[in-house]
Design a protein around this ligand. Structure first.
Ligand code: PMV
Length: 319
């Protein structure tokens, strides 16, 4: 039996992180140049449930049933078996490779889950729709995040720019013109669980102060949806700036994020903000053109060398 390979992209949140946890809409897009790849090889002659798992990046080289009970990879395989009502797994070797940095706002955990479930399904001759893969990945997100909104697994499982609001049907977005972004790594790793829990504490203690901020972030996502459909890059940049100012008020920015946002502003970018949980991770910046040499130079001058551009392609859904 030939090896099976499945892969899944990274993601970035353009608008609405944190507010999305409280039922507000948010916008996320896949970053297809950064991927998790899962390869599964059959191990003929080995007994059922002999499942080797190798992930160099996560430092895992183990057998499924020897992983600790709470390990997300172990739970993923248990869940897969239960969900598809399989009596056992055929002997196999699962190799996971990812170029998505961990704990940096790019959805590394959800990307591993989606690629893994797609690879396992293909290996077992199953063809679940993206909704089903999304549902499984969401279960694993709960282990990583505690109370995830579901945006990471959804944007990655559907591999499409989405407008996401919990308990509403997910919408695939219209994009009126090609938009060019730069993702810049602050180099600071941060905990999503901690940032989400700190925002929750603020909201619980001072609801009058913080609830309006959450609602305003939701309004920004709504405006951004229309601006994306129109391809209004200038307005999209302004909305990113407004969103960043509100995220600072929620205390999820970081000196490195503030510095990067200022560098982007002074280098002619249309807007910039943190992306994901904040407190580190990546800054997402909207550029007016596919490249911004001044910005790249200014980043280097300030010691930031880890950045990449990507294009969100025009998408009208009637093309
Ligand atoms: O840090 P990330 O990339 O997993 O993004 C978290 C986004 C939050 O809105 C802060 C949490 C969530 O579950 O939506």
């Amino acid at each position: 039996m030939p090896a099976i390979t499945a892969s899944a992209p990274a993601k970035t949140i353009l608008y609405g992180e944190h507010a999305v946890v409280y039922g507000q809409p948010a916008i996320a897009v896949p970053v297809r140049d950064l991927r998790t790849k899962v390869t599964i090889q059959a191990l003929p002659g080995m007994p059922a449930n002999h499942v080797e798992i190798i992930s160099e990046e996560a430092g895992v080289r183990s057998f499924w049933l020897q992983l600790p009970q709470g390990d997300p990879l172990r739970i993923s395989l248990d869940l897969f078996l239960r969900h598809f009502k399989l009596a056992h797994l055929m002997a196999m070797r699962i190799i996971i490779n990812s170029d998505i940095p961990y704990a940096s706002g790019l959805g590394s955990g959800a990307s591993v889950s989606v690629a893994l479930f797609n690879a396992l399904a293909a290996f077992c001759g199953l063809q679940p729709p993206p909704e089903e893969i999304n549902h499984l990945a969401f279960e694993i997100e709960k282990l990583h995040h505690g109370t995830p909104s579901g945006i990471d697994n959804t944007v990655i499982a559907f591999d499409s720019a989405i407008y996401y609001q919990h308990d509403h049907p997910m919408e695939m977005l219209k994009i009126g013109q090609d938009l060019h972004f730069m993702l810049i790594d602050t180099g600071v790793r941060s905990s999503t669980v901690q940032a989400v829990s700190d925002v929750r504490s603020l909201l619980n203690r001072y609801p009058d102060l913080y609830s309006p901020i959450i609602s305003e972030i939701g309004s920004i996502s709504q405006e951004a949806k229309t601006a994306l459909a129109l391809g209004d890059a200038a307005l999209l940049g302004q909305l990113m700036q407004r969103n960043q100012a509100l995220l600072r008020k929620l205390n999820v920015s970081h000196p490195a994020i503030d510095l990067l946002v200022a560098i982007c502003e002074h280098s002619g970018a249309l807007g910039a903000k943190l992306s994901g949980a904040g407190r580190g991770g990546h800054v997402i910046s909207l550029l007016g053109s596919p490249e911004n040499k001044v910005l790249a130079e200014n980043l280097g001058d300030n010691g930031f060398y880890n950045f990449r551009t990507f294009t969100l392609a025009r998408q009208t859904w009637s093309d």
